[in-house]
Design a protein around this ligand. Sequence first.
Ligand SMILES: *Cc1c(COP(=O)(O)O)cnc(C)c1O
Length: 371
Amino acid sequence: MEKNNSKITVTSPLLPNLEEFSEMLRDIWSRKWITNNGEYHKRLEAALCEYLKVPYVSLFTNGTMPLITALQALNISGEVITTPYSFVATTHSLWWNGIKPVFVDVEPDTGNIDPAKIESAITKRTTAIMPVHMYGTPCKTKEIQKIADKYGLKVIYDAAHAFGVEVNGESVLNAGDLSTMSFHATKVYNTVEGGAMIMHDVETKRRIDYLKNFGFKNEVEVVAPGINSKMDEIRAAYGLLTLRRVDDAIEKRKAVANKYREHLRGVKGITCWSDVPGVRHNYSYFPILVDEEQYGMSRDALYEYMKSRNVMSRRYFYPLISSFAIYSGLESSDPRNLPVATEIANKVICLPMHHGLSDEDVARVLDCIVR
Ligand SMILES: *Cc1c(COP(=O)(O)O)cnc(C)c1O
């Protein structure tokens, strides 16, 4: 039998049914209303409120603009405490607002910001905390809120990975003052490019809706120096259709995660993180940590080996944000301040994880690692 050597990608976009999408496009064509809070935009906001179990959603053109806009909306300035272990957009959103990032180390078993290390990083200039639910694993939101309340700080969660994640039946997106999401093609749920902000009250929703549309309140009133980061009708329609498929996609991801865990559990030098009791995970990523000494091969060697077998993994999130030249000069970027994040970044590989992986694909991935 010929060996299957086709490329296994680390992710694969969840696509809508093409016929249903064409039907919606035809409807949009007949309406001749293609952006600016149209029918599909409204329908997707309502559908997401229901699916995500949150009171208010404001759609955005991507997942970076809601981060930038959230900081604007809450008038955040000075210093913000955040994690170095994330996608660069988290810290970039601070830079775009002229805010100094202060990096705090992460927990060894989740990669999330370590609440125990936040307090000592607070100064007179600190105004907010910006944690990330890394890989969709919920942050210790209660502990973080306690610190925020004690010092009068705002909390903005970068929830780009946390689509549909719940703790004891409640959405993790309801934590903090605001949460932001990314609906980029590579995420669990996508609208090609897209994103959203989650808020608790209608006044904030109104303000955010103004801010993402140049600050227009009506035809003649501009109430804030807003930006343009609206989602259009085409992608809102696409998003209504991918939403119908996302539960099934998460189930398929879960099955892949279980298979990975089952076979990697006994492999010396490979660590997989476990599901957290009471949490509805979304299996957005499957990180493993490679301990070179115990495994007998470095993380990078394994990564290259998998690539040579046409199995594409990604070293998310290496290098640490704090190590990029733009940020490495900050005091808090010193690796001695971030030992856990540094270690995880040096050991991590995210294995292929998406709804389209076959049993054979999973076996090929495992075959690269279990030798
Ligand atoms: C993907 C991602 C973003 C940015 O989202 P875009 O939609 O690509 O702009 C921000 N933060 C995290 C943690 C992400 O993974």
